[in-house]
Design a protein around this ligand. Structure first.
Ligand code: FE2
Length: 486
């Protein structure tokens, strides 16, 4: 009986392997079983690479973990799938969050538009499989916005929720990219992870095979800020550490074609450094046609984000003057897990209404796009707000937005993430030169100096409070952490 059983089991295993090899293309939507097999094959590791946007459209960066003894920060790039005539790019290794590994970071430069490349990274055990990366047009192009990916931790249920998050994230990306194969890169306003403390959150986030060929730019959210892993798993361009930032705090910017993106860490009230980063980015990119801000917290977002002290005082006082004075066109936000878009805002008021479907030429305000959540943990919040031009009420349905740039025109579209039905669209035409207000008149500049001083004081107090909280949590991290959804 034992022999018969052994033969039967062997046949079963072979059949299973056959099924696995047929399903070994993990680049499409995966059902529960397919995802489980894929997830289980990767979750005990933390070495998947992140493909990040570069400082401009001719660059991309990679970041991955490798064994300390063999790690080499090297990437090979070729125009052939067989990697012939490959060019070697070398970067740097830095300490990881553990003693066994190093973090490898490499920036690939000199990319040209509409070109198919293949790349490999040095895993420390040899070269990885070759992955394809196709550049699109550098002028007219399309970006994708997704919010609060927020891959959860595994502490509460043995990993099931994390596994489900991964599948949802994978299939969401496949849906969006199948319908929009011309997307060049992905922008996220933060809360990429849930605790910011585990490698498994990043490993799960990086599992979708689509991310091997889609550079990402990820803001820091309050959930990422709970730990330090963002520091070890990302490689963002032009990171700005300022004079008062500490730990994970940082802003960064990048340029793609005609667009300048500025990412602000909205969990930091450090006004002097936020302003300094914007000033530097704008100064270095005077010819950018579009200026876009990305912050985690929604200043004029959807959901119940208006009216609380944090939003009203901290965000509006510190960030809105920066956005308005540097003439930003669009600010991308998240945090509330509620999809919505504002009218054109200026000085805390609706400067121009922006109903869905409209085209607006040289509007006199900033439009705010608040994205909902990929993680499937919707919040139950109100939607009534004077500043909102559009809001999507089905918070449990993920959404994505596309930004399409074509000369003087930017078209912003928002879609359901499950079937890509169009929900909201506006077009902005921008045929005027920027007129930097440099914080407006003398009175406005003086007032912002006061904001900078208060922001500096707030930052110092915030650090003190965090230090005290960290001391309290020492020794009881897993059991004592309070869970919040946004
Ligand atoms: Fe958040």
């Amino acid at each position: 009986m034992k022999k018969v059983l052994a033969v039967f089991m062997s046949v079963l295993m072979l059949m299973q392997l056959g099924t696995m090899s047929q399903a070994s293309d993990f680049s499409g939507k995966l059902d529960k079983n397919e995802w489980e097999a894929y997830y289980n094959s990767l979750i005990d590791d933390n070495t998947l690479p992140m493909l990040n946007v570069g400082a401009d459209e001719t660059q991309v960066s990679l970041c991955w973990h490798a064994d300390k003894d063999t790690a080499k920060a090297q990437v090979k790039l070729s125009k052939s799938a067989d990697m012939s005539d490959a060019v070697l790019f070398e970067g740097e290794t830095t300490p990881a969050e553990n003693d066994l590994q190093l973090v490898c970071r490499v920036t690939v430069t000199g990319l040209t538009e509409n070109t198919t490349y293949y790349y490999q990274w040095n895993t420390g055990k040899g070269w990885s499989d070759a992955k394809k990366y196709e550049t699109k047009s550098f002028g007219s192009h399309k970006a994708m916005v997704v919010g609060d990916i927020q891959i959860t931790e595994s502490f509460y249920d043995g990993g099931q929720e994390q596994k489900d998050d991964g599948q949802r994230w994978n299939n969401f990306l496949v849906e969006a990219l199948e319908k929009n194969p011309d997307i060049s890169y992905l922008v996220s306003p933060g809360d990429n992870t849930s605790t910011g403390e585990t490698a498994a959150e990043w490993q799960t986030l990086l599992m979708p095979e689509t991310l091997r060929s889609l550079p990402v730019a990820l803001a820091i959210g309050n959930h990422d800020k709970k730990g330090m892993t963002y520091d070890y798993y990302t490689n963002m361009p032009n990171e700005y550490y300022g004079r008062n930032f500490r730990g994970l705090d940082r802003d960064f910017w990048f340029r793609y074609g005609d667009v300048l993106y500025m990412f602000f860490d909205s969990t930091s009230g450090n006004a002097p450094d936020h302003r300094a980063m914007a000033k530097e980015a704008v100064k270095l990119n005077p010819d950018a046609k579009w200026r876009i801000g990305v912050v985690h917290h929604g200043i004029y977002g959807a959901g119940d984000s208006i009216g609380d002290m944090e939003t009203e005082i901290l965000l509006k006082t510190i960030f809105a003057p920066i956005f308005e004075s540097f003439d930003l066109d669009l600010v991308i936000t998240g945090h509330t897990h509620s999809q919505g878009r504002s009218h054109f805002m200026n000085n805390t008021k609706v400067a121009e209404e922006a109903p869905s479907g409209g085209t607006f030429t040289n509007p006199k305000g900033v439009v705010y796009l608040n994205s909902n959540s990929i993680c499937g943990r919707p919040t139950d919040e109100s939607y009534e707000a004077e500043h909102l031009a559009y809001s999507f009420l089905e918070n449990d349905v993920p959404t994505y937005s596309t930004l399409e740039f074509n000369g003087d025109t930017m078209t912003l579209e928002t879609y359901r993430g499950d079937n890509s039905e169009l929900l909201d669209t506006i077009t902005i035409i921008h045929d005027e030169e920027y007129k930097d207000k440099s914080f407006g008149n003398v009175l406005k500049r003086i007032l912002y100096k006061v904001v900078e001083a208060l922001g500096w004081v707030y930052t110092k107090i915030d650090y003190l409070v965090r230090d005290i909280q960290a001391m309290k949590e020492d020794g009881g991290l897993f059991g004592k952490k309070k869970r919040s959804f946004n």
